[in-house]
Design a protein around this ligand. Structure first.
Ligand SMILES: *[C@@H]1O[C@H](CO)[C@@H](O)[C@H](O)[C@H]1NC(C)=O
Ligand SMILES: *[C@@H]1O[C@H](CO)[C@@H](O)[C@H](O)[C@H]1NC(C)=O
Length: 203
């Protein structure tokens, strides 16, 4: 009884604390090897309109949310990222990426294909800052429901995130994704998920 009460208190305390980027860090950036043949159909991702972001590692979520809110990480309550962000992405033919969330905020990024890796691109905020910028490599996809990107963030070491056609993924797909993340060296303790149950998403 006493134990569970203190666990609840602990969870509540961490939900109102600011984002802890240091605790969320994974390994320093490493190069993702080229896929022997292109894996990813970018046109499919562009055709989705809204790309959901249901599963990722903490650092990717924290960086994306921090950049969207345009605040310092310690000013952002961890709980607000999970419960209020409703983060989604839009990808455009010309390489523009748009993040949306927190009740109508948007943030625009530019991207360009990476030399020598057909599944890689480099991205940066259109205004030239670099809170959330780096290289992204699609390392797993079915071209139908989801794509997994490993990222080397300019200021944050390795990150990963999944773009999805739907707000939730099947248990089977999730299992495959988590196994893939672990095989790349990402840690289980940094896996995290966003829920869209209480989100109003407009196309
Ligand atoms: C990654 O590859 C680039 C280009 O080949 C090289 O310049 C860089 O040093 C490599 N980085 C790491 C961490 O191995
Ligand atoms: C996805 O689409 C790309 C480009 O059309 C193709 O090269 C690749 O084989 C497809 N991957 C899968 C897993 O279907």
């Amino acid at each position: 009884m006493f134990l569970s009460a203190s666990v609840v208190l602990l969870c509540m305390a961490s939900a109102i604390q600011g984002l802890n980027l240091e605790a969320a860090m994974e390994t320093p950036c490493f190069n993702i090897s080229n896929n022997p043949a292109p894996l990813f159909n970018m046109e499919w991702a562009v055709s989705l309109g809204t790309v959901y972001y249901p599963i990722m590692n903490n650092i990717d979520l924290y960086r994306a949310a921090t950049d969207l809110l345009q605040k310092q990480p310690n000013e952002i309550k961890t709980g607000s990222v999970y419960y209020d962000s409703c983060l989604t992405w839009h990808m455009f033919k010309d390489g523009t990426l748009l993040s949306k969330g927190f009740n109508g905020l948007t943030r625009e990024y530019k991207s360009r294909p990476m030399e020598g890796n057909p599944d890689g691109y480099v991205f940066w905020p259109s205004d030239g800052t670099d809170v959330y910028s780096g290289s992204a490599y699609t390392t797993m996809t079915d071209n139908k429901t989801f794509f997994f990107s490993a990222l080397c963030l300019k200021n944050g070491g390795m990150a990963w995130g999944v773009g999805s056609a739907t707000p939730t993924l099947s248990e089977e797909t999730k299992k495959k994704i988590l196994e893939h993340a672990e095989s790349l060296g990402f840690k289980k303790e940094h896996f995290t998920e966003l829920r869209y149950d209480n989100c109003k998403i407009s196309a």
